[in-house]
Design a binder for this molecule. Structure first.
Ligand SMILES: CC(=O)N[C@H]1[C@@H](OP(=O)(O)OP(=O)(O)OC[C@H]2O[C@@H](n3ccc(=O)[nH]c3=O)[C@H](O)[C@@H]2O)O[C@H](CO)[C@@H](O)[C@@H]1O
Length: 362
């Protein structure tokens, strides 16, 4: 009998893309497996998961809004509604196992599975575990983590350190720099700076580029700029004026961006960090300072402490992030050193390992 699995989570790319990577790896190991994603209505997964070829159901769930408490009034109702939806989904799909990748839908789906004695698996991509995952970890079958030292959040015997599952299009790194640059219609003779604001974009990074892009161009650099939604219009206007700038709110084919890049400026979301180690491109991180427990700074420091990256604080971004990029562009020795260290940290088989460990246990 073919096995059936639910993958639950989403909200941002940092949860969706590793989930898709795990789904592909499961399917590769056992093509008869049936996979259903469960996400949150209106969130990015409702678009990205079907694009990757999988079915998804959306729950009416919402996250806890830290900035506006009043917006949480409808939360209990939504939670109850989503538990009813989850019950229905389980009744018709009858999963043999459930995988939680973090984000809105993870909690109700895994909680329900655990109450029914269905094996649950968690993937925690950050070096600081989220509250929902900590709670779910107690009854989970196995918890896959990106880094060591996670025993402070989860039962030690359940942890397997796999690293973060970078999707194969990026992990295989089989695109040349020229093919990457061609994709963005940029020439080969200039160093290329790739700016990644994370799946939702980064306001402070965009403001830094807007204020100083002329210095970047003046230093002979060209730019691939992923803006997210904020300031996307301004960026698009500048890109029309300047042939050396390519800008868009979202880059679907990130493998071309990594191939084209010589230097990266980025937020330090867990998957972005994992992908940069695979791409082995020198990087200046500007971590998002309001992520839970400042985990982006922790993600970035793991590379910075090894000499594989530089860090600019969000509050200094406008002032000095572009200057740091120009400094790095002039310093080939540091760039080479960073690339070398990044190579020693890269993990390209986490998807396969996670899939293998799950299949062993169900
Ligand atoms: C603000 C915030 O709380 N962000 C969190 C969120 O970030 P976010 O969703 O930005 O997460 P990550 O940096 O981990 O991953 C982004 C993913 O989106 C992809 N991508 C991004 C831009 C683009 O144009 N195209 C594209 O495909 C990247 O290749 C990557 O696979 O989830 C991460 C993983 O839990 C956390 O570490 C981050 O702290």
């Amino acid at each position: 009998m073919s096995k059936k699995m639910i993958i639950a989570g989403g909200g941002t790319g940092g949860h969706i893309f590793p989930a898709i990577a795990i789904a592909h790896a499961l399917q590769e190991k056992d093509p008869s497996i049936r996979i259903l994603f469960v996400g949150a209505k209106g969130k990015m997964e409702m678009e990205k998961v079907p694009q990757a070829g999988y079915k998804i159901e959306g729950l009416d769930i919402a996250g806890f809004n830290r900035s506006s408490l009043i917006k949480n009034i409808s939360l209990p109702v939504k939670l109850i509604k989503s538990f009813i939806q989850v019950k229905k989904i389980f009744k018709s799909f009858r999963p043999d196992a459930v995988i939680g990748v973090g984000g809105y839908s993870t909690f109700p789906v895994l909680r329900y599975a655990q109450s029914k004695g269905i094996p649950t698996f968690i993937h925690e991509s950050n070096s600081f575990a989220g509250k929902a995952n900590i709670l779910l970890g107690k009854k989970a079958t196995t918890i896959f983590t990106a880094t060591d030292g996670m025993e402070k959040f989860f039962p030690a015997a359940k942890i397997i350190i796999t690293g973060n599952p970078v999707r194969q299009a990026i992990a295989s790194m089989n695109i040349s720099r020229k093919a990457g640059l061609d994709f963005f219609s940029l020439p080969e003779n200039k160093l290329t700076v790739l700016v990644i604001g994370g799946s939702l974009g980064a306001k402070s990074i965009n403001e830094a580029i807007l204020a100083h892009y002329k210095e970047l161009l003046g230093a002979g650099l060209q730019l691939i700029w992923q803006t997210g939604k904020t300031l996307a219009k301004e960026a698009a206007e500048i890109a029309v004026e300047h042939r050396d700038i390519w800008a868009a709110p979202f880059i679907t084919e990130m493998q071309y961006a990594y191939a084209a890049a010589d230097i990266i400026m980025a937020r330090a979301g867990a998957m972005t960090v994992a992908e940069i180690t695979v791409a082995k491109k020198p990087v200046v991180f500007v971590p998002y300072p309001f992520a839970a427990e400042d985990h982006q700074t922790m993600n970035a420091l793991q590379l910075v402490n090894k000499g594989a990256a530089w860090l600019v604080k969000d509050s200094d971004a406008k002032e000095s992030a572009v200057a740091k990029i120009i400094e790095l562009a002039k310093d080939a020795a540091t760039r080479n050193y960073m690339a070398e260290v990044l190579g020693t940290l890269s993990i390209t088989n986490a998807d396969e390992r996670i899939a293998g460990e799950i299949l062993k246990r169900i």
